[in-house]
Design a protein around this ligand. Structure first.
Ligand code: IMP
Length: 416
């Protein structure tokens, strides 16, 4: 019997998971998404072609891989269908859990309307209806993908929900779809998606029993976790390794290894605490060189220096066996590079993460920069200062770095 490997982002998302998952996919039979929805955006470059995936697991770019969308995901049928249209022959290569929850148009309208009402206290969500879909799930008023198999019945249930919450939708000025419109949409979703809807937990159990190689691909990042992130400026799902298990129906004994993905600097989209944010020239330069603009939303990401306190915290939360250091090349040409190794908090120096992260100030150490690591595939060829930076990160986070990415291309990766 085999065991699964997990890949998780350990910052605020956008760590470059897509590239490393894509690189690793050639070694796996199954690649699985366990949480989040189309708020996620993975960019993968293959032979100079850019692929942007939102809901589809990254294994879709490898013809041999079977892709699973697990029960923990909230699925927009509209977005998934559009994404599926980019690929041929998905039959037998894509399975969607019948327990995954539906994310429909009204969820996104609610998300946008509620953010607007919050004004300057807005979370800065992606506006994709992720919070409202998960709220429905937790309130036990949501609908699951399996219900798409009977569109007429689902339509009746949804229309009833709309009627029950009529005043609420009116208050938010959200137009409720007519039963006819709703049914047309649901029938279309059902026709296209039904062949892919199934009990994915059983598929995965069978896969592990048959010694298949299984990869669980995390979405978002650990600092956006509903419990452990910078609440309330977080997403609505469990983004840590433990969440990957509940999101697919696996148990902790079925895990072999957990790899954390971390960028050589930090970015964050949306509002909330970000101690090492650099609002000056350096942050702007990182944003430009790193092309730090959201795949899902087109928003510019906030940028800053590596936060080793946060990384150490999320390394422990996830139980990491190894790290994959992404986008090291973005720091090429900086005369000095900074690492936050501690925080100033209530007049003290601390090296742990308090729950009120907005009240800390970063304490930095400065290292000499390097000229160029771009495209280097061999560790020995890295400039000495880049090696010193890598070793210092390893030391502060307390986890071995196993992969180093030196360009967006699939093959520009050092494996240690
Ligand atoms: P939501 O997930 O759309 O509700 O957004 C909640 C917070 O999570 C916002 O700050 C978003 O910018 C952030 N977020 C959600 N998904 C991602 C992602 O894939 N990468 C980075 N940030 C994300």
């Amino acid at each position: 019997m085999s065991k699964a490997d997990i890949i998780v982002g350990i910052q605020w998302g956008d760590e470059g998971k897509g590239k490393i998952v894509d690189k690793l996919c050639e070694n796996y039979d199954f690649v699985c998404r366990s949480a989040g929805g189309h708020n996620a955006g993975h960019t993968i470059w293959v032979n100079g072609i850019r692929y942007a995936l939102h809901l589809m697991p990254s294994g879709v770019l490898h013809p041999r891989c079977i892709n699973i969308i697990g029960n923990g995901v909230v699925v927009s049928p509209e977005v998934l269908i559009a994404e599926m249209a980019q690929f041929e022959n998905l039959k037998g290569r894509l399975y969607i859990s019948d327990r995954a929850h539906l994310n429909l148009k009204h969820h996104s309208l609610m998300d946008i309307a509620k953010e607007k009402l919050k004004g300057k206290n807005a979370i800065g969500t992606t506006g994709k209806g992720i919070g409202p879909s998960y709220a429905d799930k937790i309130n036990r008023t949501g609908h699951r993908i399996g219900e798409l198999l009977e569109p007429q019945r689902l339509c009746e249930a949804l229309i009833k929900d709309f009627q029950t919450n009529k005043a609420f939708f009116e208050m938010l000025e959200i137009a409720i779809p007519s039963a006819e419109e709703m049914l047309d949409d649901l029938k279309r979703f059902s026709e296209i998606l039904s062949p892919f809807i199934t009990d994915t937990t059983r598929i995965l159990w069978k896969a592990l029993d048959e010694d298949k190689r299984v990869l669980l691909e995390g979405a978002q990042g650990s600092m956006l976790d509903i419990d452990h992130g910078t609440y309330p400026y977080v997403t609505s799902s469990s983004t840590v390794s433990a969440g990957a298990l509940t999101g697919l129906g696996l148990n902790p004994k079925e895990v072999r290894s957990i790899i954390g993905i971390v960028k050589a600097y930090v970015t964050r989209v949306g509002n909330g605490a970000f101690p090492t944010e650099d609002k000056g020239e350096d942050g702007e330069r990182i944003m430009q060189i790193g092309k730090e603009i959201g795949v899902s939303t087109g928003r510019k990401r906030r940028c800053g220096w590596f936060d080793a306190v946060a990384a150490k915290y999320t390394a422990r939360l996830n139980g990491l066996d190894a790290l994959s250091l992404m986008k090291l090349d973005v720091l090429d040409g900086f005369e000095k590079v900074k690492i936050c190794y501690a925080y100033e908090y209530k007049g003290m120096q601390i090296d742990y993460m308090p729950s009120d992260l907005e009240n800390v100030k970063p304490i930095y150490e400065e290292l000499d920069g390097w000229d160029k690591v771009f495209g280097i595939k061999d560790y020995d060829l890295l400039p000495e200062n880049a090696k010193k930076y890598i070793l210092r990160l390893e030391e502060l986070v307390g986890v071995k770095i196993k992969y180093i990415s030196t360009s967006p291309e699939r093959d520009d990766t050092i494996i240690l």
